[in-house]
Design a protein around this ligand. Structure first.
Ligand code: FAD
Length: 303
């Protein structure tokens, strides 16, 4: 029935759906069982239609960016994952000088467009492997900068299919948080205010930050980036290292020896492995230092 309904919604040549789609293929952790359906709407009308379908039939849905901050459950997701990655992937400079990027645009591509347009301010985001939509949800940031500093407004769709243009302040962006999930918004587009800059200097900074990432982060293994939020006054990675947990493993999941703030998939890790490892890390850090670690990665589906 779900397949028939998706087929009847996705009539534009750009839309696509797949049934029993493994989430491991859509997460940078390379973990996750099947979603009942994966749907890439062709346009806003189809997006609103799939939301209506899910509402009317009480089918759970979730929005997927690049899956770089997600732990998907081993038992998958009994609902529709909606991907904007293909059809909301665009980035251009507007006449007023602002940069406008679709929610599915990879941050690296947005940063390179900014460079080409001689705009500086987005270099920090070039190495974050997420989409513009996921980055607004998380208020993604690195090297002392975050989306909040450059975002001016966003186009969102509500759960009911209404499209709203919101000012950045209305998204309540904080440290790796926003009100987007609690309000049920789906980000369609972000608009950024950047400064005029020299493309060569911009390129140099992006390369420097990229080299720092490659040196410090275990990019050779699947992961979802920093597993825990930075507790106030501490660094999660340092606390985990000081608790003697570097290299600690559960099944295929391991605390990276290169950067203890990352949990990596050494091969064949399950979501259960990652969660068990995170629980152990949290307990050890709490017992040793009295600090409560909070997961930065988001969970999706059934575990
Ligand atoms: P996803 O992981 O797909 O989704 C994250 C959440 O956002 C989910 O709840 C999802 O439902 C929701 N979502 C996604 N798109 C939309 C949308 N259009 N509308 C509404 N909700 C949506 N993060 C940092 O902040 N800084 C870093 O330096 C950094 N480095 C990383 C390095 C590595 C190697 C990896 C793997 C991850 C890193 N991350 C970092 C984490 C991650 O890349 C960011 O949080 C990124 O913003 C997530 O974007 P995404 O598109 O992958 O979102």
């Amino acid at each position: 029935m779900l397949e028939e309904m998706l087929r009847s919604i996705g009539t534009s040549p750009l839309s696509e759906y797949r049934m029993r789609e493994p989430l491991s293929a859509h997460t940078t952790f390379r973990i996750g069982g099947p979603a009942a359906a994966w749907f890439s709407p062709g346009d806003e009308r189809e997006l609103a239609a799939v939301l209506r379908l899910c509402r009317e039939h009480e089918i759970p849905y979730a929005i997927l960016g690049n899956g770089s901050n997600l732990l998907a459950g081993d038992r998958g997701f009994d609902g529709v994952v909606i991907s904007l990655e293909k059809n909301w992937s665009y980035c251009r400079k507007e006449k007023d000088g602002r940069l406008r990027a679709g929610a599915g645009t990879l941050l690296g591509n947005a940063a390179r467009t900014a460079q080409k347009e001689r705009l500086t301010g987005m270099e920090f985001a070039a190495g974050i492997p997420g989409t513009v939509g996921g980055a607004l949800v998380m208020n993604a940031g690195a090297y002392g900068s975050e989306m909040k500093q450059i975002l001016t407004e966003a186009l969102v769709m509500t759960h009911e299919g209404q499209v709203l243009r919101l000012k950045a302040e209305e998204l309540e962006l904080g440290y790796r948080t926003s009100c987007i999930p609690s309000k049920g918004y789906i980000v369609l587009e972000g608009t950024f205010w950047l400064q005029p800059g020299d493309p060569e200097a911009i390129g140099l900074l992006m390369r420097e930050l990229g080299a720092r990432r490659r040196e410090k982060q275990p990019l050779e293994y699947p992961s979802a980036g920093s597993t825990f939020k930075r507790p106030e006054g501490y660094f999660a990675g340092k606390l985990i290292q000081d608790a003697g947990l570097s290299g600690f493993s559960v099944g295929g999941a391991q605390v990276s020896e290169k950067h203890c703030g990352f949990v990596i998939n050494r091969g064949g890790a399950s979501a259960a492995d990652v969660l068990a490892l995170c629980e152990h890390v949290k307990k050890q850090v709490k017992d040793r230092f009295g600090v409560e670690l909070e997961l930065e990665i988001k969970r999706l589906g059934d575990f």
